[in-house]
Design a protein around this ligand. Structure first.
Ligand code: AMP
Ligand code: GLY
Length: 430
């Protein structure tokens, strides 16, 4: 089989390494991929958002199955375009991807179907948003751009001045372009955060092992929000009781709501949850695998990934048990110094052999690397590598991941030293 994976980050690298385990996969392509993915797949220089280019390439190459991993091509309708060309693909249709593409859509969906989430209001006028903020006296308050904003469209405002600035930047200054012309203002929720990715074909929903992201740049959850500095799985706060409650109150109702709306979701539905004192609530939906959640979830998947993906596309997921191993996984991100603000690229990466760690039990997922032309790799992005280890306990997975991360070097490298610390404390506190 010829498989195409659309995207070029650590998440895509983890998907590609897992797909390679299926012996029927004879040719793997990545568009655009990256320097490290090139060790595992043929990279073709087509941007993930170049829908025409990708459909053309897939047709000409005779791709049998495509996996569309990032949010923007899904929201633009790449899965529909591939299907029209006769190429089955993993991921939701454009109609269903709106669950991530529009926060207003997702908030209205949850309200209509009684799915627990933060209370909210929607504004498209700066004047009305400002009036609402001025009459409000509970802080923090959360301001969100309606559309995709590279993960930066959520602002937690500590006071009235910050909230007024956030809505002005979105609605009037167009900081996020059209994505911010409408905003959601919502109640601030507290509690441990849990990420749950789930396969669904619109008939059944199969949650994967839970995980915990670490979004802030610095230890102790300080510093700016990033795309994610590390992850662990499973998430110890997500007990079997909470999982059952989420299935009944959130996962099944969401799948059914999308069917009811004529927007059947097929693919990976990501639930960003907060375990509040009032029970689990949805912080956000994503229409795709999370990054870097995928880097700890897929290594624990025992069932063949290609088979599960095809079952979601074909509507036969009910026939396939999706199983995970009992162990734990940890992923530590090595980032460029300065990220998520300005950083330099082109730094020589040392300590890898053909893109891999010296310890062959550790996975190195490449996010921002590029071939240097001499058989080596240089940095080419903010998040550079995701070093992942699995073990029977989280403590050991973290030990392995950190030991391997310490053997990889490039100028200015930055990693958090406390990935999994809170999860370990929660496990020990039990
Ligand atoms: P997002 O960019 O949508 O992943 O959101 C970034 C982060 O903002 C989330 O991971 C949460 O930590 C936080 N967040 C979003 N909405 C809320 C909320 N209503 N209450 C508290 N924190 C929130
Ligand atoms: N790690 C969060 C996301 O993929 O959106």
């Amino acid at each position: 089989m010829k498989i195409l994976v659309v995207g070029g980050g650590g998440r895509e690298h983890a998907i590609i390494q897992k797909l390679r385990e299926n012996p029927a996969v004879t040719e793997l392509y990545a568009a655009p991929g990256n320097g490290g993915i090139a060790y595992d797949a043929t990279c073709v220089d087509i941007a993930a958002t170049d829908l025409d280019g990708i459909v053309e390439f897939a047709k000409n190459t005779g791709i049998d199955y495509a996996v569309v991993a990032p949010d923007d091509p899904l929201v633009l309708g790449l899965v529909d375009r591939l299907a029209e060309a006769g190429i089955p693909a993993f991921g939701p249709s454009k109609d269903a991807a709106i669950i991530e593409g529009s926060k207003i859509f997702s908030k209205q969906l949850m309200k209509k179907y009684g799915i627990p989430t933060a209370r909210y209001d929607v504004f498209d006028s700066l004047l009305r948003a400002a009036k609402f903020i001025q009459s409000h006296n509970h802080y923090p308050l959360v301001v969100k751009a309606d559309g995709l904003a590279l993960g930066k469209g959520v602002i937690i405002c500590e006071n009235e001045a910050e909230a007024l600035r956030a809505v002005k930047e979105m609605i009037e200054d167009k900081r996020f372009g059209a994505s911010g012309s409408r905003v959601v203002i919502e109640e601030f929720l507290t509690g441990p955060e849990v990420s749950v990715l789930a396969f669904t074909d619109g008939k059944v929903i199969r949650p994967m092992v839970s995980s915990m992201d670490h979004k802030r740049a610095l230890d102790g959850d300080r510093g700016l929000n990033t795309g994610g500095m590390g992850t662990v799985a499973p998430n110890p706060y997500y007990t079997p009781e909470i999982a059952e409650r989420c299935m009944q109150e959130i996962f099944l109702p969401t799948m059914r709501a999308m069917n009811e709306e004529g927007r059947t979701f097929k693919g990976c539905l990501y639930f960003g949850l907060m375990l509040t004192p009032d029970g689990p609530k949805v912080i956000e939906y994503n229409c795709r695998f999370g990054d870097p959640e995928t880097q700890v979830v897929l290594p624990l998947l025992k069932t063949d990934l290609l088979e599960v993906m095809q079952a979601t596309t074909n509507g036969t997921l009910a026939d396939l048990p999706v199983e995970f191993s009992d162990g734990a996984a940890a992923c530590v991100i090595l980032a460029s110094g300065g990220y998520p603000e300005a950083y330099e690229k082109g730094k020589q990466i040392e300590g890898l052999v053909n893109g891999r760690a010296q310890d062959s039990s550790v996975m190195v997922y490449h996010a921002g690397t590029k071939a240097d032309g001499n058989g080596g790799l240089v940095t080419s992005g903010g998040r550079v590598l995701g070093v992942t280890a699995t073990a029977d306990t989280l403590e050991r997975a973290l030990e392995h991941a950190y030991a391997a991360a310490g053997t990889i070097r490039f100028e200015g490298v930055h990693m958090r030293r406390d990935i999994g610390k809170r999860a370990l404390a929660a496990i020990q506190g039990e």
